[in-house]
Design a protein around this ligand. Structure first.
Ligand SMILES: *Cc1c(COP(=O)(O)O)cnc(C)c1O
Length: 427
């Protein structure tokens, strides 16, 4: 059952209420290893479902366009103070609707159409908003990219510098969605300074690790930092932008009125709750646990013959190259989902296959660590992953024999997870 309970919804709209219950059950019963996902606390869930959703508050605290901001101004100021204090930032904007619009606001603040941006290649772990040709950022600006070295699976900062000197970007973006290794913010900052570029650190994936001291901070290095709030940071779906005092006005103007209308105040409330949680000492343990689990899982998978891009991980994320296995990323991901292990297929660097059926899998340890799983559980998870991938290699997933194997694993997964309460769900 969903927690908090939803009696009014159940009475008013049983169809939707049933879907809420089904999703709570599904999240409870599966090992959730999509690297960008997590479980928020029940307090964060409660904060998202409040009357703050009724309020329009275009503008910023003390300077709004509608009346009735007595409480919302307090809320947004509190969220901003918590955000600045958690990360040691000079300026914070908590209004971006999500990570993609937050990044677009940064382009709007610093770039003109046609200007050059230098970022991580999408296929090597960058994000769509880092100038992919299918994204507005790739259509309106001139993207150039760095990537990882084939031999190491890691970004070589000498390569980044060389490309930056050649392309003279107006903005450099450090960060991405599928980077299993530490991002060298200080080295990026040096290069940005050398070529006179704005440095945007997109810490969407690792914000919780940065907050918990498990990844080096971009603050003090980057001009602007963007992040989602719902990945390792364990807040509601949303985003924040940070900058030095120098760029504060440009960032705020780009978010509103540049790109957005009224902020989602119910989300701001939940972000504030998540920020307070992330400032507590136990969040340091959480962040350390996330990395420890990822490293233990990497070791256990390697032992079973899985090939990891870059040979392992420094953070919450693993990229598995299945080229030496009998199945592609998409087939493996579907088999694992049927086996109760939820993750996503993903391109690996230099992938010869197409993005919709690539060679790899991306796994993350943020949600399972919230759930309470520890390094002691990782060998078991690796064993299940191997069983499911091996089963999928024997034949189509609807083959009775294959399906039976996957179903057996899903049952074992459910048995394990029964011992680990999930915030947002009560048995
Ligand atoms: C997730 C992510 C985003 C986009 O966030 P959305 O909330 O999905 O729009 C941007 N950049 C990076 C690096 C991300 O991982």
């Amino acid at each position: 059952m969903h927690e908090p309970a939803v009696p009014h919804l159940t009475a008013a709209d049983p169809e939707i209420a049933n879907l809420v219950q089904a999703e709570a059950q599904r999240q409870h019963d599966k090992i959730r290893m999509i690297a960008s996902e997590n479980y928020v606390s029940t307090a964060v869930l409660e904060a998202t479902g409040t009357v703050f959703t009724n309020k329009y508050s275009e503008g910023y605290a003390g300077k709004r366009y509608y009346e009735g901001q007595q409480v919302v101004d307090q809320l947004e100021r509190l969220a901003i103070d918590r955000a600045k204090s958690l990360f040691g930032a000079e300026h914070a904007n908590v209004q971006p609707y999500s990570g993609s619009p937050a990044n677009l606001a940064v382009y709007l603040a610093f770039m003109n159409p046609g200007d050059t941006v230098l970022s991580m290649e999408l296929a090597h772990g960058g994000h769509l908003t880092h100038g992919s040709p299918v994204s507005a950022t790739g259509k309106w600006f001139r993207p150039t990219h760095y990537g990882v070295r084939k031999e190491t699976g890691r970004v070589d900062m000498d390569d980044v510098r060389e490309i930056a000197l050649r392309e003279r970007p107006k903005m450099i973006i450090a960060g991405g969605t599928a980077i299993p290794r530490t991002i060298e913010f200080a080295a990026f900052a040096e290069i940005a300074k050398e070529v006179g570029a704005i440095l945007l650190a997109d810490m969407a994936h690792i914000a919780g690790l940065v907050a918990g001291g498990a990844h080096p901070t971009p603050f003090g290095h980057a001009d602007v930092v963007s992040t989602t709030t719902h990945k390792t940071l364990r807040g509601p779906r949303g985003a924040m932008l940070f900058s030095t005092e120098e760029h504060a006005k440009a960032i705020d103007k780009a978010v509103f009125p540049g790109l957005q209308g009224g902020p989602h105040n119910h989300t701001t409330a939940a972000i504030a709750v998540a920020l307070a949680e992330a400032a507590r000492p136990d969040f340091k343990d959480y962040a350390a646990g996330v990395v420890a689990n990822a490293k233990a899982l990497a070791a256990a998978l390697t032992e079973r013959g899985f090939d990891l891009v870059s040979g392992g991980t420094d953070n919450h994320l693993l990229l598995v190259d299945l080229t030496n296995k009998a199945v592609t990323g998409k087939v493996a991901a579907k088999a694992l989902d049927a086996a109760g292990i939820e993750l996503n297929f993903n391109a690996v660097p230099f992938d010869p296959r197409r993005p919709f059926d690539p060679s790899g899998l991306r796994l993350g340890s943020a949600a399972i660590t919230t759930r309470g799983l520890t390094t002691a559980h990782m060998p078991q998870i690796a064993a299940w992953i191997e069983r499911a991938v091996t089963a999928a290699g024997r034949g189509p997933l609807d083959d009775a024999d294959v399906a039976k194997d996957l179903d057996t694993v899903a049952g074992e997964v459910r048995d394990l997870l029964g011992g680990f309460p999930m915030p947002g769900y009560t048995a």
